[in-house]
Design a protein around this ligand. Structure first.
Ligand code: FAD
Length: 460
């Protein structure tokens, strides 16, 4: 990288926060996938103004710039791909700037860890619902950039539903402020919506103003066990069409359960083909209890051989610990996993599950199925060994068939992880050429030099 650029960046940010040794760069070469690509330089700014100065320099020198939160992404979005360039890590910008209890809002810097923000608002009786399973190792900026979901998003909505305003550094270094505290705002285009889910390709988010809700006072969580994965998946819609709106409705298949149990020793019954974790919550204890009982009854009617409601906070926490540890626990089964997040209309969940199983049988590689089934959002994870070229070839075909199945059922490629690099080849098929053209034009209008996270989402 140009020495002059390094010197000028060092002047802006300070030498401790401009990293260029091979060891430092290696740390920023990965995300939550198996992809790997090294940046030329990493900078860790502390303020929006510093971010703006960095972007101005990058624009002047036409150097690619990749925004990074905690690097937990599952689409290879925060690593530089083949472009190299500067990774801009937001993790020093992790402060809460204001909690407004009267208007139920929080303003925070983009690099704050999601779990830290949640804990801070819960201390004052408020609630920030979006809860990606990576809450302890992802940032609000990364969540907004990917429009992250999570188990609670069934009842409460996804990250984008909580974004009231953003501070964004544009590709030429200008600082854009969008939105504000009013709940309703139709003055001009919805720029919050445009930047939410834009994966660092349109601007760098440095601050967010988020909507909060009252913290639910009661919650009940049940585990329903099924000897048939098909029965478990058809139960999801049976619960939702009965008028019950659980906070969460999560599906785990047998391999997922076995992996969790081997890793965590939580006492889960592994002799089942699938389980559902169902949670109801709210302000009225009786309603919360009635809803979990009604959901349990539906599970029994649709083939569950056991439905147990957690009797203590520890039992409830253990169920969520189990759910959150699926992804890391799968590492015990194979050197690599490729997890997708296809999403289908809820009525198509049983059919999608069948099709994923058929793909696994056809190619002879295991696919673990779990996910936010209430949202129709499944995480089929192919387990394989990337060192074996035969297996890798099969994995590529399997992924393509998973996407084809989701699209054929009226679904989509990604419910929450985003496109990044990994889903890029399938984008036109999912969106159609006109939508792709409109999206490319938006990118060109906001980033004419294509310096913000180039090669992500689509190839320019
Ligand atoms: C074990 C595990 C469980 C997960 N569970 C879930 C889940 O339940 N739901 C879910 O939605 N996701 C989940 N994920 C995926 C991932 O955690 C989310 O996509 C998360 O939102 C990424 O946040 P991050 O801070 O790590 O972002 P990064 O991985 O650093 O970046 C992700 C993308 O956002 C861009 N970006 C990051 N910060 C900014 C910023 N400030 N401004 C502009 N662009 C930015 C990057 O350029 C990149 O394109 C999981 C991942 C793992 C490893």
């Amino acid at each position: 990288m140009d020495r002059k650029l390094i010197e000028r960046l060092t002047k802006v940010i300070g030498k401790d926060y401009v990293l260029s040794t091979p060891e430092d760069l290696a740390v920023y070469s990965y995300d939550g996938t198996f992809a790997e690509s090294r940046p030329d330089l990493v900078v860790l700014p502390a303020t929006t103004e510093q971010v703006s100065e960095v972007v101005k320099l990058a624009a002047e020198m036409r150097v690619p710039i990749v925004a990074r939160g905690m690097g937990s992404g599952l689409a290879a979005g925060s690593i530089p791909n083949t472009s190299g360039g500067i990774v801009i890590s937001l993790t020093r910008m992790n402060h809460i700037l204001e909690i407004d209890t009267e208007n139920a809002t929080i303003r925070a810097e983009a690099g704050i860890v999601t779990a830290d923000l949640q804990a801070a608002v819960e201390k004052v009786g408020l609630f920030y619902p979006p809860d990606p399973s990576s809450i302890r190792h992802s940032t609000i900026g990364g969540n907004i950039a990917c429009n992250a979901g999570g188990p609670r998003c069934l009842k409460y909505g996804v990250t984008g539903d909580y974004v009231l305003g953003l501070t964004i550094v544009l590709a030429d270094g200008r600082i854009l402020k969008t939105g504000g505290k009013p709940i309703k705002d139709v003055t001009g285009y919805d720029l919050n919506g445009l930047f939410t889910g834009s994966e660092g390709t349109l601007g760098i988010i440095t601050e967010a103003l988020l909507r909060l809700v009252a913290k639910p006072r009661y919650a009940k969580t049940a585990l329903a066990e099924f000897s048939s994965l098909h029965d478990a998946s058809r139960t999801v819609n049976a619960i939702l069409t009965a008028g019950i709106v659980p906070a969460s409705l999560e599906l785990m298949d047998q391999t997922a359960i076995i992996c969790i149990e081997e890793a965590m020793k939580l006492g889960l019954n592994t002799d089942v083909e699938a389980s559902l974790i169902i949670e109801t919550d709210g302000a009225n204890e009786q309603n919360v209890l009635s809803e979990i009982e009604a959901a349990a009854k539906i599970c029994q009617d649709t083939g569950a051989h056991s439905v147990k409601t957690a009797q203590s906070e520890t039992e409830r926490a253990n169920l969520w610990k189990a759910r959150r540890s699926i992804s890391p626990a799968l590492a015990r089964k194979a050197p690599n996993k490729l997890g997708e997040d296809v999403t289908v209309p809820r009525s198509a969940i049983p059919e999608m599950v069948q099709r994923v199983r058929a793909i696994s049988a056809k190619y002879g590689l295991p696919i673990v199925i779990f996910g936010h089934a209430g949202d129709g959002n499944l995480h089929p994870n192919i387990l394989f060994d990337k060192r074996d070229p035969e297996q890798w070839k099969k994995v590529e075909q399997m992924v393509a068939e998973e996407f084809e199945a989701a699209l054929a059922l009226g679904g989509t490629l990604s419910g929450e992880h985003g496109v990044g690099v990994l889903k890029r080849p399938y984008l036109e098929k999912a969106l159609g050429s006109i939508s792709l053209d409109v999206q490319r034009n938006i990118k060109r209008a906001l980033d004419p030099q294509n310096i913000l996270n180039p090669g992500k989402m689509f190839q320019e």
